[in-house]
Design a protein around this ligand. Structure first.
Ligand code: AMP
Ligand code: GLY
Length: 422
């Protein structure tokens, strides 16, 4: 299909800005839309104030604007069945149907899938009854990991170092329901150690294409201290995976995954993003995400040389076997600038300065996340505000460029890690 296209991207984060930035370079794209978007997406796309959770509203928008293709950024609309809804209405959309997106939306479903298909992961038991979970914790060895089964903004994972901590986690998740119905079930699993990395692969149902590896920095503070966040910065490549390991990940994770889809009759057209830990006993899958990572996408889109639209269409059309994406050999570093207090409560509406100056270096792109336009100014509008993303011949150079640019940007309460890729 080589017709010019009007494309809608759903979401409002740095991931969505990075996807739009890359799509805007495609000669086939005539018009970009974003719902709901941010101040950065508004520069390259038309923002429409429809929430990512308003599935019917998004379908109406796609119809009214005669959108040719919709690309879903976040996990919640996928889990809620946006792809199923669009397909029922004859609308072309990128992402897995709800039955396949359960691989992210239910950790117990993902665990069963991995066990059934021989994909390496931490040993685990699933409980829907809190007293049975507590009984298990009394005889388990520590540390262990308690995970809310459902989507919890990356916050539903507790590493319990003692029985008391495990009891507290089970009480919060299953009894007090701090994550709502996501905590009806818990997965309790073995504690693993080792460096982590993020894998991304487009899957068309039968074939897959692996992207270069990336590494997120999840904790809020330098030295991996502080609370877990959505991600404070990424590098690509990760330096955790060499070529031999990449081959091993294909054999041990990707091939059994795709075979498992076929065996289980699961239709999966979209992005699979496994979170991995490189343990002394080999690579293990910590979780599956059924979407692009944020802020992994910011680093990956800087390195993708091929047309993203071609890859997305090949995924939907089942022709990934013929796709050969080209990647920039250089290193990408994305440093997230966050609002003061993040990942706790934050204040919005702080005026941001210096984005133009930071973007003066042609190797730097500043992706917007929690930003909005107010009286002609770009202001903060969320926890993660900007992703300053640089390319360099070496990691040292990419870091130096990203941090030099990050230092030119100012807003009240600005916080960021100093050790992304260090
Ligand atoms: P998840 O959402 O399952 O990827 O978990 C979030 C984070 O918790 C991961 O990035 C790891 O840092 C940590 N984690 C998850 N599972 C385990 C495990 N079995 N052992 C040690 N750490 C884990
Ligand atoms: N950066 C981790 C995620 O997108 O889940």
């Amino acid at each position: 299909m080589l017709l010019p296209m009007k494309i809608l991207v759903i979401g409002s984060g740095g991931r969505e800005h990075a996807l739009l930035w890359k799509l805007s370079q495609s000669p086939r794209v005539t018009h970009l839309l974003c719902a709901p978007g941010n101040a950065g997406t508004g520069r390259i796309a038309t923002n429409h104030p429809v929430a990512a959770s308003d599935l019917q509203g998004l379908a109406e928008l796609a119809k009214a604007e005669r959108v040719d293709l919709t690309i879903v950024g976040p996990d919640d609309p996928l889990a809620a069945g946006i792809v199923d809804l669009f397909q029922q209405q004859g609308l072309r959309i990128f992402g897995p149907v709800a039955a396949a997106a359960l691989l992210e939306a239910s950790k117990s479903f993902a665990k069963d899938f991995m066990v059934r298909h021989g994909i390496p992961t931490a040993g685990s038991v699933t409980f829907s009854d809190s007293s049975a979970a507590l009984t298990h914790c009394r005889v388990a060895s520590y540390p262990l990991v308690v995970k809310a089964d459902g989507l919890a903004l990356g916050k539903g994972v507790v590493i319990a170092r003692s029985l008391a901590e495990a009891e507290a986690a089970i009480r919060e998740i299953m009894v007090e329901k701090v994550f709502g119905n996501a905590g009806n079930t818990v997965v309790i699993e073995e504690f693993l150690t080792g460096p982590e990395c993020s894998l991304h692969a487009l899957i068309d149902g039968k074939n897959y294409i692996l992207f270069p590896d990336a590494k997120d920095h999840k904790r809020a503070l330098d030295g991996d201290q502080g609370l877990n966040t959505g991600g404070m910065g990424t590098i690509s490549p990760s330096r955790v995976v060499d070529e031999d390991m990449m081959q091993r990940l294909k054999r041990e994770v990707m091939e059994p995954f795709v075979k498992g889809l076929v065996a289980d009759g699961l239709s999966f057209q979209g992005m699979l993003f496994p979170g991995l830990m490189m343990t002394p006993n080999g690579p293990k899958v910590l979780e599956f995400n059924c979407r692009f990572g944020d802020p992994e996408t910011q680093s990956l889109m800087r390195r993708l040389k091929s047309d993203l639209l071609d890859l997305i269409e090949a995924t939907i059309d089942g022709t990934l076997a013929y796709a050969k994406p080209q990647w920039d050999e250089r290193v990408a570093v994305c440093v997230v600038l966050a609002s003061g207090g993040y990942p706790g409560s934050i204040e919005k509406g702080k005026v941001i300065t210096g984005i133009e100056e930071a973007s003066a270096d042609p190797d730097v792109v500043v992706f917007h996340a929690g930003t909005a336009l107010k009286e002609g100014h770009v202001v903060t509008n969320g926890g993660r505000v900007l992703g300053v993303t640089a390319l360099g011949a070496t990691l040292v150079e990419a870091r130096q460029k990203a941090y030099a640019a990050a230092d030119k940007i100012a807003f009240e309460g600005k916080q960021h890690r100093r050790d992304i890729g260090a």
